[in-house]
Design a protein around this ligand. Sequence first.
Ligand SMILES: Cc1cc2nc3c(=O)[nH]c(=O)nc-3n(C[C@H](O)[C@H](O)[C@H](O)COP(=O)(O)OP(=O)(O)OC[C@H]3O[C@@H](n4cnc5c(N)ncnc54)[C@H](O)[C@@H]3O)c2cc1C
Length: 447
Amino acid sequence: MADLLRRLGERAVVAGGSLAGLLSARVLCDYFDEVLVLDRDEIHDRPENRRMTPQSHHVHILLKGGEVATEALIPGFTEEMVSVGSVPMLAGRDIIQGSAFGFGQRWDGPITLHSQSRAVLEHCVRKLVRNASDRIVLRSKSTVRGLQYDADRGRITGVEAESAEGKRERIGADLVIDATGGGAGAMRWLSALGLPIPFVEEVKVNFGYSSAIFELKDGRDWKGALIGGPPPKISYGGLVMPIEEGCHIVSLGGRFGDFPPDDLDGFRAFAKQLPQPTIYEALEKGTPRSEVKSMRFGVNRFRHYERMGDLVEGLIPIGDALECVNPTYGQGMSSAAKQVKALSDVLAAHSGLDTPLSEIVKEYLPVAAEVATVPWRQANFNDFVYPQTEGDRSAFTKEEADYRMKLQMLSLRDNDVRLRLLKVGHLLEPPSILFEDEVAAKVAAME
Ligand SMILES: Cc1cc2nc3c(=O)[nH]c(=O)nc-3n(C[C@H](O)[C@H](O)[C@H](O)COP(=O)(O)OP(=O)(O)OC[C@H]3O[C@@H](n4cnc5c(N)ncnc54)[C@H](O)[C@@H]3O)c2cc1C
């Protein structure tokens, strides 16, 4: 077994063994004698749609920024996915984008994406993380019910876990990661102990999804298709992405009660009303390979742990537990991977020093919030285009919305702007590159 980079403690407990939890375990195994990952689901050694991750039935795009971060954390990740059937796609060429205005121009931009089912993606991550170190122990059918807290030291000292048979166990930990997804997780555990909880920013988006797997007929000149808009007039859309075994996953979505149905006929009828017939025609000629699954997504949530002055020590939220945004924009997994990469970087920066763990956590939380702010703002900017979206719009000015709209229009004829938008959209570059002088000058010239 490889040596620790620096010993920060005997054990870290990760609550939640999905993407954020697994990647966190990979990082923490360089600093703790044992990393115990507890997940309430039954997890097998194969690709599967798990009960506790019902979102697995829907399209899961891995943005390039998420892929790069994941590859950095678990080298060989992309190769592993391709070896089990992931489909490479040139972002500007292989994915067509259509709205009521017509189709966007196709181009050979520099970004190659990899498309697969969420189940395969998670399986590849799990396999590589497990192979990375014997120090990582993954225990399934184990639900974290609460935290242990040492009031004298003001710090979390472990978790209380419950097995599928109802047996409770107290497990000591020097660090606890909440990677339990978008549910209440650590918020509930902290409240139960009478401890302060962070301010939660919420934006109500009221979104509904339905998805099914299809085998599509050959003869298309695209691998993926995104059809919808322009918003706010047209608030529904559809997305088709290739997955392994020659199949495609098709997700349809709508807002504010206009949700796609969960039966095949209704699904097709919803596809028929999209502003371009591409998806409907593909479905008509294709063969369904699964039933239709539906899901609602109500609220974008950002839990501002970084703003807590009286933060309890020994706890880190990661992934959807920190920030959970409208899945329409395909950012959740990438945000999680980038948060974990940031944790890895902060820990590495202290590996040769004797900084206490509590200080490292304090340094990390604002960094994680900064990482999460980018997808948060991107999602909310798009969601606030709809007047029915409820939330604090004060940080989302009309000036910036107009500026971004003009950038979109410019990108139709300006390759530099198009590339910048693509890189920001894929979380590869910060949004600030959209506001640099030379870009602002081009926008001003449009007045
Ligand atoms: C319909 C839909 C479509 C989406 N599409 C995309 C997309 O295209 N691209 C993208 O990047 N993201 C997408 N997302 C978001 C993505 O699914 C999440 O951002 C991502 O799964 C977050 O990972 P996570 O590990 O934080 O949480 P999750 O994947 O939700 O995992 C949480 C884990 O915690 C476990 N758990 C829960 N409670 C406990 C407990 N008390 N004790 C122990 N274990 C517990 C669960 O079993 C689960 O394994 C989509 C989401 C939805 C709803």
